[in-house]
Design a protein around this ligand. Structure first.
Ligand SMILES: [Zn+2]
Length: 403
């Protein structure tokens, strides 16, 4: 038994903080939460006076294995797969040390990383992986250089997500699941960083293909996270019944969409962090798209929150921001969420988005002891979570992460 004593507990449910809390952990799970001094015999007492205890943070949209936007990096041409994988392992341990105990990967990370963490070969957050982005020819998952070339060799642990037509879409979903996907990632629009000619309001897939994709994924017990930024493709994704809209920058442009999301319980993962990055992109078309969508994006977050859509934290990190993924919380607060709402977006609500709320996301009796202890008060200044020097302790399943 371990007892964290003396800190202020924010449990991730949105409930007010509990001062002078004592969180008892037994066999990897939360056994009890009390206040004041406790003196259980045989317990290891960890004094966290003056600090804040939070649930382990969750990033709902990351690209852990993505190390840069330049073509040679994107396609993995500048180094052998071995050193790239080791680089990815280092990102994973950095994320865990920064307080991220669960991460949903939105494409590029193969299922071997999840099993390597489960086996203890490497350290890292709990992983929910999607493998490859599913999109049609010309969509964001279709890798093509400005010269029209495509990568020569494919990695069998990351099956191709390029697919057309109902039967092929269903087969591609099955192929992802066979290769170990926990969640299905697809795209119905371009994005800020996609090739010139396939932008944020340009559609990918048709209604029949998307219905087939969602039906097949749900039939196989997998949720669908859909990259959808604006225009007809955004409506297509909501109408098809995906489980989360990723980016959703132009959601507020179509007044019906957010209401439909609230009614159907579709999560909104705005990924504000990546657009802060793209606003300074070296590529003019990326910069222009990111700057053009900024005000719309903030409006979409505000309206979503007001309508009761569940807004959750995701950075779209990879090539930027690792391991300071808590940047997203700062941007959510700047967009109008209270610090408590931003914390929920990265803990309790994020766990719901991943379908893991029975086990993680909040500090409540019976849950996994995934938690982070930070020096300072994130309700007074959310940015304390970005500062690695302030992270005093991280625990995953009751095990203290070596620092
Ligand atoms: Zn992404």
């Amino acid at each position: 038994m371990k007892i964290l004593r003396g800190g202020t507990l924010i449990d991730g449910t949105g409930a007010p903080p509990i001062h002078d809390a004592a969180v008892a952990i037994n066999d990897g799970r939360i056994e009890s939460i009390t206040t004041g001094g406790t003196s259980a015999r045989d317990a290891e007492i960890i004094d966290v006076s003056g600090a804040t205890i939070l649930p382990g943070l969750i990033d709902c949209h990351d690209h852990v294995a993505f190390h840069g936007y330049e073509l040679v990096r994107r396609w993995g041409l500048d180094e052998p797969a071995s050193s790239r994988h080791l680089r990815t392992a280092r990102v994973l341990s950095g994320l865990l040390a920064a307080g991220y105990t669960a991460v949903r990967d939105a494409g590029g990370l193969d299922a071997g990383f999840r099993s390597a963490i489960d086996e203890g070969l490497i350290v890292g957050p709990r992983l929910v992986v999607s493998l490859s982005i599913i999109s049609p020819i010309g969509g964001i998952g279709d890798r093509v250089s400005p010269s029209g070339h495509t990568p020569a060799s494919a990695d069998p642990s990351l099956p191709s997500g390029v697919t057309e037509g109902i039967e092929s879409v269903r087969n591609t979903v099955r192929t992802m699941v066979r290769a170990g996907a926990d969640v299905i990632k697809c795209a119905t629009t371009g994005g800020a960083s996609s090739r010139a000619g396939h932008g944020p309001r340009d559609r990918a897939f048709n209604a029949e293909e998307m219905k087939a994709l969602v039906d097949e994924a749900h039939g196989l017990g997998r949720r669908v996270m859909c990259h959808a930024v604006g225009g007809a493709g955004l409506r297509l994704a909501v109408e098809a019944g995906v489980d989360s809209i990723e980016h959703g920058c132009y959601l507020a442009e179509d007044p019906e969409l957010l209401a439909m999301m609230a009614e159907r319980g579709i999560f909104f993962v705005p990924t504000l962090t990546v657009y802060e990055y793209h606003r300074e992109s070296p590529w003019a078309h990326v910069r222009e798209r990111a700057r053009a969508l900024h005000a719309h994006h903030l409006e979409s977050v505000r309206r979503a929150q007001a309508l009761g859509v569940k807004v959750v934290a995701g950075t779209d990190a990879g090539g930027h921001s690792h391991p300071a993924n808590a940047l997203e919380l700062r941007y959510l607060v700047e967009a109008g969420l209270s610090p408590m709402q931003a914390l929920q977006a990265a803990t309790g609500l994020a766990a719901e988005c991943l379908g893991l709320e029975r086990d993680i996301g909040t500090i409540e009796k019976g849950k996994q002891a995934d938690l982070v202890v930070v020096d300072g008060d994130p309700l007074a200044d959310i940015r304390v979570l970005e500062d690695a020097r302030r992270i005093r302790l991280v625990m995953k399943g009751g095990i203290t992460v070596p620092r």
